[in-house]
Structure formats: C-alpha cells, structure tokens
Design a binder for this molecule. Structure first.
Ligand code: HH2
Length: 285
C-alpha cells in the first residue's frame, strides 16, 4: 500500500516532506517534540499543512553534532514512527544506522533518508532492497562532526553530481530498484555559503541524473549568512530557495514550515505550467 503512494513521487510535480526531529539538539526544532504526544501532534499539523511525507529524525546532523547510540536513537524514534504511520501519513526515517532503519521499517516507515548515502552502513542498501523501501541518498562531505572544516571543491556541482551518480549505482548494485531512489545535494553538509548557492543555481545538472531530487534548505545557516536573519526568521529565505529549486527541477521539498512553502510552490507550479500561447483579451469600452 505504501509503495503505491510513494510511487507517486516519480510522477507528481512536487511533494512536501515535513521535518520532525525528536532530538534534544536539532538546530531549529531540537527539544520541541521529544515527547511522543507532542511529536504525533506536530506530524498531524505537518500533514494538514500539505506534507505528503513526514521525515522523522532521532539524531541531529547539524555541524558539530555528537553521534548518538543506536539504542538511544531507537528509543527516540520507534514509538513516534508507530504513532505517525498509524495515523496515516507516509513516514521517512532520517537515519544512517541499519538497526534503526530496520526497526522503523518494521514499525511502518516507507523510506530511509540516509544522509551518508549508504556509506556509514553499506548493508543498509541490502535492507532497503529486501524490503522494497524507498531511499533518499544525500551528499555530505565527511561526517556531521567535521564537515564544515577545511572545505574545498574544484567544482562543487560536478563533484556532488558524480558522487550521487556513484551512490545510485552502488544502491542498484545491491539490489535497490532505481525507481525507489531519490537524490539530494545535501545543502549545508560540508559546503560554504557560495557552494550552496551554486548547487541551487545549477541544480538542473543533478536533476539530469533522472531521479527525483530532494532539496533541504529549510532555515539553514547559509540563509542566515545571506540575509542576516536568525534561525526562526528564515522563512522568506526558505521559500525563495525552494521556489528556485523547483524552477530547476527539484521535486521533493524537506521543510519545517510546510503550509507557506506549499503555497509558494503551488504558485510556482501554476506559472510553470501556464500555456505560452499569447493571451487574447478584450478591454471593455
Ligand atoms: N538536512 C538535515 C537533516 N536531514 N536530509 C536530507 N535528505 N536533506 C537535508 O537537507 C537534510 C536531511 C538537517 O536539518 P534538520 O533535520 O532540521 O536539523 P538536525 O540535523 O539538526 O536535526
């Protein structure tokens, strides 16, 4: 059942992925939804705002974040995955760990969002293949702890594109069906401000790999650098960057503020799909 609904990701013009972090230390919603009732209420709010997918995370990946154990991550996320899937929304689990991914698939999750793109635990690819689950493979330089130090790229877009193509090939070599894979350039993961800007500007290069592209700019620090805004004040920057990514072919938008981004994307979609035939109109005398 969930695979049929997820399969629409290959065809819909866009889908919103609502962020739900059940961590004490996520960069923008840390500590807000650690309680299972609060998390379930937030998931319902995200779904009502237009989220087709709820992305549940139990380990922060913000720059400098300390890793958490599999036991701790399991305690944080599994009860929430059970509650949210029982309520109806599609669930993606934001994890790099095989044990967490397996328990969350058992609890009803439909997608594994692995910011390490199966590098942290390569056997995760086999699990995704066996279960026929979806996966999002993201580009990240190094690990969250160290990723923002000593950043160098010759051509960030070509390097990220080549990385994603290689990770897609790896997933397929492990038995994952290509049409189950989404790709993500990893905005803010081991990138300086101008690398993020360049990735958005030339996103069509990544879209050309032929898989749905996920984009995660929501409230991120590069928006703060560009606008001088604090984390809670980055909605306009979030909307702008998501609309620009949509214009270049991204189709899944990972955001905290689902409803306003949805509205902006609906307008962008209407403009993108309007006929280019000249309008005929009459002016009343
Ligand atoms: N960004 C974050 C976490 N997971 N997954 C994908 N696919 N793409 C992203 O851009 C992405 C991601 C970081 O944001 P957030 O979850 O809000 O913060 P934290 O990692 O501190 O929990």
């Amino acid at each position: 059942m969930y695979n049929t609904r997820m399969h629409r990701l290959n065809t819909v013009p866009f889908a919103l992925m609502g962020v739900l972090n059940v961590t004490p230390d996520s960069f923008s919603d840390g500590g807000l939804y650690a309680d299972c009732d609060a998390a379930a209420a937030r998931a319902a709010e995200l779904a009502a705002g237009g989220a087709a997918i709820i992305d549940i995370g139990g380990e922060s990946t913000r720059p400098g974040a300390e890793p958490v154990s599999a036991e701790e991550e399991l305690c944080r996320v599994v009860p929430v995955v059970e509650r949210v899937t029982a309520a109806g929304p599609l669930v993606s689990i934001d994890t790099m760990k095989l044990a967490v991914a397996e328990a969350c698939l058992d609890a009803g999750a439909a997608m594994i969002n692995d910011v390490s793109a199966f590098r942290a635990e390569p056997d995760l690819a086999g699990l995704v293949a066996d279960r026929g689950a979806y996966c999002c493979l993201m580009h990240m330089r190094g690990t969250p702890r160290m990723m923002q130090s000593d950043i160098h790229y010759q051509d960030v877009v070509s390097e990220v594109t080549a990385f994603l193509e290689a990770r897609l090939d790896f997933a397929v070599s492990q038995g994952v069906a290509e049409d189950r894979v989404l790709l993500d350039p990893g905005i803010g993961f081991g990138k300086a401000v101008m690398h993020n800007v360049e990735l958005l500007r030339r996103l069509d290069q990544i879209v050309a790999l032929g898989r749905p592209v996920v984009i995660g700019t929501s409230r991120k620090s590069f928006l703060g650098s560009l606008t001088g805004r604090a984390t809670a004040e980055r909605l306009a920057g979030t909307i702008s960057s998501n609309v620009l990514a949509f214009d270049r072919g991204a189709s899944v938008f990972r955001v905290h503020d689902v409803a306003p981004v949805r509205d902006a994307l609906e307008v962008a979609l209407a403009v993108a799909s309007a006929s280019s035939a000249p309008c005929s109109y009459e002016v009343a005398a």
